[in-house]
Design a protein around this ligand. Structure first.
Ligand code: ADP
Length: 230
């Protein structure tokens, strides 16, 4: 599903964010990506949804070489990928329903189908009674559930969550990871970038450690991996 072959990313400033990185993630996997600040985690993720291109090497996502996708084709490519961020990034003046529907409207889905898909996704994330609420009327955990609903309503092949529990208390965080686990069980490949050691140790999954732009540890059993915050 995801393959990086000798990927190096040097930004215009001369900073080398990734250095000859190699990695394979198969369809249906659930993977944590951990590592210190500045290690290259965000750069890695930006390559996956073609926010950035590699300087050299190959990035293959859903059978596409992302360097070869023309700019005008990027929105179509991104239908394969859902992304969730630490700060939810919901549209504040739109209701929960509208926030999720928006992801479908931009790709011309008929109205009836939008309604059906949004409501069934809201049910999956446990917020069927919040369709008409506005983001500010929800707790952080509920807002993250809406963001996850928006990210998966198109049934993407891959869901990327960048610090999804960064703003949440431990109990709420657990609920979010359990939801991501359920999304994974329904067939979506899930990548979770996290600093949350409790989560990594409690819900054991393959854990990839990135340091200095390389994968320095990759444990399929998951659990504790020692790393230092800089
Ligand atoms: P992480 O997500 O692990 O904190 P990043 O991928 O954000 O790491 O950053 C890796 C390195 O690349 C850092 O040295 C960072 O300062 C640098 N970097 C990230 N984005 C840019 C950018 N757009 N332009 C220049 N340097 C960048």
């Amino acid at each position: 599903m995801i393959k990086l072959i000798g990927v190096t990313k040097v930004y215009k400033t001369g900073v080398k964010a990734l250095s000859e990185m190699n990695l394979t993630i198969d369809e249906g996997e659930f993977v944590y990506v951990i590592g210190p600040t500045g290690a290259g985690k965000s750069t890695f993720i930006k390559l996956l949804y073609r926010e950035e291109k590699p300087t050299s090497g190959k990035v293959i996502v859903a059978n596409r070489d992302i360097s070869k996708i023309k700019n005008r084709k990027v929105p179509y490519f991104r239908r394969n990928i859902g992304v969730v961020f630490q700060n939810y990034r919901l549209l504040p003046k739109k209701t929960v329903f509208e926030n999720i529907a928006f992801a479908l409207e931009v790709i011309d889905t008929p109205r009836k189908e939008i309604r059906r898909k949004v409501l069934s996704t809201l049910e999956l994330v446990g917020l069927e009674d919040k369709a008409n609420a506005f983001p500010h009327q929800l707790s952080g955990g509920q807002q993250q559930r809406v963001a996850i609903a928006r990210a998966i309503v198109n049934r993407p092949k891959v869901l990327i969550a960048d610090e999804p529990t960064g703003n949440l208390d431990p109990e709420t965080s657990k609920g979010i990871i359990e939801l991501l686990d359920e999304v994974n069980r329904l067939g979506t490949t899930v990548l979770v970038v996290t600093h949350d050691r409790d989560i990594v140790q409690s819900y054991r999954k393959r854990t990839i450690l990135i340091e200095n732009g390389c994968v320095t540890s990759d444990t399929s059993a998951g659990g504790y991996v020692s790393w230092h915050e800089s």
